[in-house]
Design a protein around this ligand. Structure first.
Ligand code: TXE
Length: 456
């Protein structure tokens, strides 16, 4: 049985039977059988089910937000934000799928016509994450279903109730039971799923698990898309409005209790404004309300996973042992039950410290002084990851020049911790492989079929 607990107090919310090798295999066979009819349905029919799914999200938004908050500990306002943000993502897919997947005639001369058809992959496995289960899930299953695929969806074991809500809403919207199947369980069920000869694996999670997943299916030459972790840096130039930059980056580092793939995880500040920036940043963090996630005024909640508390404790101890100075937090919060960590700010940090190199995925940040642009770029590129990176400055040309030198999937000028459905969402090196979102992300769930047509 899978135990679903509330990370704010450790109470058990539900006990659910996990899928087994047999049930996973049965769901795969059913999906394989049902997919051709789903792909043969007119695109308008598939998009109409997605539109009804969107209507269902709107109709049940408050209840869905409460379920999400109860199982992952996300502050209730942020749960509502995720669900409202999902509507915009769905609107993008509804608006762009037909144009992106329409067959294209690319040549017509001397009786020879050439066209390109975008064919659905078939049955795809979607192994998903808990930190933004609606965003991270819908980035995959909405375009996958719209393109005519069947989806075997395994939500994270930390967001199972939400995964089941998504399945119920999609089925109520007209997606056939066998075309979208929810698998309940953790890594072991994920491993069972990867034993099935699926036509694509779309994963969001940690680098180590992503690597294991890619290796597990490499022998079958199965298409894999991985959205993994990051150690996202931002460089603050000496010409900024210090208070505004500090407010923006404190939010970028601590929103969702720091558990965002594109959370700001490292900040480099030009030496000329370093002390003023640090003072303003600490003031912002000390203003963040830590509390019960169901409380409307809460900004920082518990960590979703108990294991992360140990990661943060290790990073603080390691940094302190190597000379860092703790300006805020740095300790577990003594609340009855649950896994709580105080919002933490470290300065006098360097790249020998885990907090500046390994993903923290919690309400913690290291701020490092740099002498100028050249050092900032060098430090930002000194990482095994490459998800996002940002520069805060008044000078657009300077921002463009610096961001052009940073090796990351997404770059930001005077903003952070932001994902747009219109832009490709991707990572380099240990941050991932392949693309979701944007029209490229829609095409990810198809493969091109080339047609050579010579009229008699
Ligand atoms: O990830 P896992 P977890 C990072 C973040 C977080 C860490 C661990 O640093 O602290 O990963 O989080 C399934 N074969 N991110 O434990 O282990 C598992 O059941 C097949 C960043 O959630 O990667 C879950 O559904 N499947 C990321 C999913 O993989 C397996 C968001 C992710 O689990 C499996 C989430 C296996 N061998 C975590 N092992 C982001 N980019 O935001 C596990 N799973």
């Amino acid at each position: 049985m899978l135990s679903i607990t509330n990370p704010a107090n450790g109470s058990v919310i539900a006990e659910l039977p996990e899928d087994t090798h047999e049930s996973v295999h049965a769901k795969f066979l059913a999906a394989r059988r049902a997919q051709p009819a789903w792909a043969a349905a007119p695109l308008a029919t598939r998009l109409a089910t997605i539109r009804r799914f969107r209507d269902g999200i709107v109709a049940h938004l408050e209840r869905l937000a409460a379920v999400l908050t109860s199982e992952v500990g996300k502050p209730i306002r942020q749960s509502r934000n995720e669900l409202n943000g999902l509507l915009g993502r769905i609107d993008f897919f509804l608006a762009e799928t037909e144009r992106t997947l329409a067959p294209r005639a690319v040549f017509d001369e001397g009786g020879m016509v050439e066209t390109i058809e975008q064919v659905p992959l078939g049955v795809v496995a979607n192994i998903s994450a808990w930190n933004y289960p609606y965003f991270v899930g819908a980035n995959v299953f909405v375009p996958a279903l719209a393109a005519g695929n069947a989806v075997l969806y395994k939500p994270s074991e930390y967001a199972t109730l939400t995964g089941l809500e998504i399945g119920n809403l999609l089925h109520a919207s007209g997606v056939p039971q066998d075309v979208f199947a929810v698998l309940v369980g953790g890594g072991r069920v994920g491993i069972e799923l990867l034993k099935e000869p699926v036509d694509g694996v779309f994963f969001t999670g940690s680098y180590p698990t992503g690597k294991r997943i890619a290796e597990a299916v490499a022998g079958r030459l199965t298409k894999v898309q991985l959205e993994l972790g990051g150690k996202d840096p931002t460089y603050v130039c000496e010409d900024v409005d210090v208070a505004a930059a500090a407010a923006s980056l404190a939010d970028g580092a601590m929103y969702n209790t720091g558990q965002s793939c594109c959370s700001v995880e490292r900040i480099y500040v030009h030496e000329r404004i370093h002390d003023a920036f640090v003072e303003a940043f600490v003031q912002e963090v000390q203003g963040f309300k830590v509390g019960e996630p169901a409380d409307e005024t809460t900004y920082i909640g518990p960590l979703t996973r108990s294991q992360q508390v140990k990661v943060l404790q290790m990073q603080v101890a390691d940094a302190a042992a190597k000379g860092a100075k703790l300006l805020a937090g740095g300790h577990v919060l003594d609340r009855p039950g649950g896994h709580w960590f105080a919002p933490t700010v470290l300065v006098d940090v360097n790249h020998d410290m885990a907090v500046m190199r390994e993903e923290s995925f919690g309400p913690i940040i290291g701020i490092q002084k740099v002498g100028g642009d050249e050092e900032a770029v060098r430090r930002m590129n000194d990482t095994e990851y490459g998800l996002t990176a940002g520069v805060y400055t008044r000078d657009e040309a300077r921002a463009r020049r610096l961001l052009a030198q940073v090796n990351a999937g997404s770059v930001y000028w005077n903003c952070c911790d932001r994902v747009s459905p219109r832009l490709p969402w991707s990572g380099v090196r240990h941050s991932g492989l392949g693309v979701t979102l944007s029209t490229e992300g829609i095409a990810s769930f198809t493969r091109p079929k080339a047609w050579h047509l010579r009229s008699a």
